[in-house]
Design a protein around this ligand. Structure first.
Ligand SMILES: Nc1nc2c(c(=O)[nH]1)N[C@H]1C(S)=C(S)[C@@H](COP(=O)(O)O)O[C@H]1N2
Ligand SMILES: [Mo]
Length: 218
């Protein structure tokens, strides 16, 4: 088998399994350690799992750009240097993956999404965003979550640059939603009036995905 065929087969298997979870409304039972910071059905992991569709695009920082477009007054492309001109933010947050693992207290650094979008001035009628990534992945969320102070366009994790497998050079981190909303290798943010389903949202996963309401599936 060529690499492409192997990756496609692996992706098809992963996607169909996660689609089945959504169809069957798969639940994850009691949390192992109900610390008050762990939503129902989640358990803690020590290592940080790598989850994606099997391809890790190689986007060196010098070639990376983020296009912010749609219903905004100032559509803008940011390259890595332009991103670094926006004041930096650092946040220590908990992350929750819909496949039931959680991590508590990771520190991400980069630019707060609210500071980034201040530069493009979203219009009143823009209520949702559709995010696209360099691997073709998409996901959607309400604009309100980009105003959350913990939401970042992240370049660093626990003091080190994000590795390629975890979405480096630049990924989205929206800790208030299940981690599938936190697009790795982020490429564009499009402001829209009506919510548009992304990759997992088209495959049975919830449009919002609030872990505290256990919004796993549609
Ligand atoms: N570009 C891209 N971003 C993505 C994904 C993906 O397949 N492609 N998978 C999502 C899912 S389902 C999860 S759980 C997290 C995993 O991030 P991690 O590999 O850094 O743990 O990335 C999210 N962001
Ligand atoms: Mo996920």
């Amino acid at each position: 088998m060529t690499d492409d065929v192997r990756i496609a087969a692996k992706r098809a298997k992963l996607v169909s399994e996660k689609e089945r979870w959504a169809r069957e409304n798969r639940q994850f039972g009691k949390p192992e350690a109900p610390t008050g910071r762990l939503p129902r059905g989640q358990h803690l992991v020590r290592d940080w799992p790598v989850l994606d569709l099997g391809t890790h695009p190689n986007v060196p920082a010098k070639d990376w750009t983020l296009r912010v477009e749609g219903l905004v007054d100032v559509p803008t492309s940011f390259d890595y240097r332009e991103l670094s001109l926006i004041p930096r933010s650092e946040r220590t947050v908990d992350i929750h993956c819909v496949t039931s693992w959680s991590r508590l207290g990771d520190t991400f650094a980069g630019v707060a999404t609210r500071d980034l979008i201040a530069e493009v001035r979203p219009r009143e009628e823009a209520r949702f965003v559709l995010i696209k990534s360099y691997d073709g992945y998409t996901t959607n969320l309400p604009v309100a979550y980009l105003h959350e102070p913990d939401s970042l366009i992240a370049t660093h994790w626990n003091g080190a640059p994000l590795t390629r497998e975890h979405g480096g050079p630049v990924r989205l981190v929206v800790p208030a939603l299940y981690f599938w909303k936190s697009a790795k290798w982020i490429r564009s943010i499009r402001f829209v009036e009506h919510d548009i389903k992304g990759f997992w949202e088209s495959r049975g996963y919830h449009m919002l995905g609030d872990p505290w309401k256990e919004q796993r599936y549609a």
